[in-house]
Design a protein around this ligand. Sequence first.
Ligand code: NAD
Ligand code: MG
Length: 397
Amino acid sequence: MSQFKQFITVLGATGSIGVSTLDVVARHPQRYGVFALTAHRQVDKLFAQCLQHRPAYAVVDRPDDALRLQGQLDAAGCCTEVLSGAASLVAVASAPEVDMVMAAIVGAAGLVPTLAAARSGKRILLANKEALVMSGALFMQEVAANGATLLPIDSEHNAIFQALPSGFTQGVDGVEVTRILLTASGGPFRRKPLAELAAVTPEMACAHPNWVMGRKISVDSATMMNKGLEVIEAHWLFGAPAERIEVVIHPESVIHSMVAYVDGSVLAQLGNPDMRTPIAHAMAYPERVDAGVKPLDLFAVGQLNFERPDLERFPCLALAYRALEAGGIAPAVLNAANEVAVESFLAGGLGFDRIAAVIAATLDSVPQQAADSLEAVLAADAQARELAAGFVRQSCR
Ligand code: NAD
Ligand code: MG
C-alpha cells in the first residue's frame, strides 16, 4: 500500500456510482480521503455525505443551493466549503491536492470536468462513458499528453482491462488479441413481444433484472444503447477496431466481459453484479482491496447462457456501430440525440419504441465533421440536441 493517503474527488457523488464509491472509500479510511463531492440537485443527500466524509469542498449547480448547504454545514460544525457552477466542477477535478477523480456525472455534463482531470494528469476512474464517446480521440490525446491514468469503471471495460496483459497501454493489435467480447444482460425486454414495446413505461424500463442504476443508464440498458455506447468506449480505451468488438448477450451478468487471444484462449472476469468491484479495482490498482462484495456462488448461479443480440429488437446497438464507423462528430451526435430522446421518454413524452428513430433521424441530419477540438464536439452536441428535440416534438404529436 502506498504510504500516503490518496485524495479523491467524486463528480456525481449522489448518484448510484457515487454512492458505491463512497462505500468503498469508507471501508479504507487509512488509504483514502475525500477532497471534493459534487451533486446537481440532490442537496440534502450531499449534506449527509459531507457530514460523513468531511470533504474540503462540495459543489452544487445553483448558487442559492450552495448558500443553503453552506448554512447547514456551518451549523453542523462541518468545515466543507460549498461552491457552485460548472467552473467549480473543473476546479475540484483538477486541484493539485487531488490524486484520483471518480467521473460519475451522467451524460454530456460530465465531459468538461472529466477532460480537466485528464489535462491535469489525474488518475481518472471513468464511469461517465458519454464523455469518452463524445470526444474519444481528443480525450485519449489529453490523457497521453498529460500523463493521466485512465481506468475503466464500467464493469465490462474493467473486466476487459483485467483480462488484458498487466500494464496494458497499447492498442489490442500489439497484444495478439483477436476479439473483445462485450457481455450484455439484454435488459428487461429481451423476451418482450416487439408489438408491446410501444407501451413500455419509464418504471418498466428502469426495472433492470440484474443491476440497480441511475434512470438514464437504465433506459439505455433497456434499448441496448448502453451497449452501443460501450462498444465506442471499448474502441477508444483499448484501441480496438469496431469489427473486433463483439456483443454477447449473457443474461446472468456474471461474466462481465472477455478477451479472446490468437492462441484460442478466452480470458473472462466474473463476479456478482455489484459496481463496488470495478470501483475498488480501479481505486486500488494495481493492488486489491476489500469492496464489501458478496463472494460469487457459482452453485447458486448454476448456468451461464449466451445469445446473439437481435438488431431488430435493439436498433440502437446498430446505430452506435454506425456512428463509430462514421467517426468524427457522429458519436457525439448519437450520444446527444439519445440523451434528448431518453429524457423525453422518462418525462412521459416520447414512446419507448420511438427512441431509436429520433437518434437515426438526428444522425442523418447533422453534417459530418472532424471532432478535433472541444469546441467542435460541444457544437455538434448542441446542434444534435436542437435537431433531436424537433424530432421528439414531431413524434409526440
Ligand atoms: P445517477 O443518475 O444515479 O447519478 C448521476 C450523478 O450525476 C448525480 O450525482 C447527479 O447529481 C449528477 N448530475 C446529473 N446531472 C448533472 C449535471 N447536469 N451537472 C452536474 N452533475 C450532474 O447515474 P449513475 O447510474 O450513477 O451513472 C453515472 C455514470 O456512470 C453514467 O455515465 C453511467 O453511464 C455510468 N455507469 C453507471 C453504472 C451504474 O451501475 N449505475 C454502471 C456503469 C457506468
Ligand atoms: Mg456497463
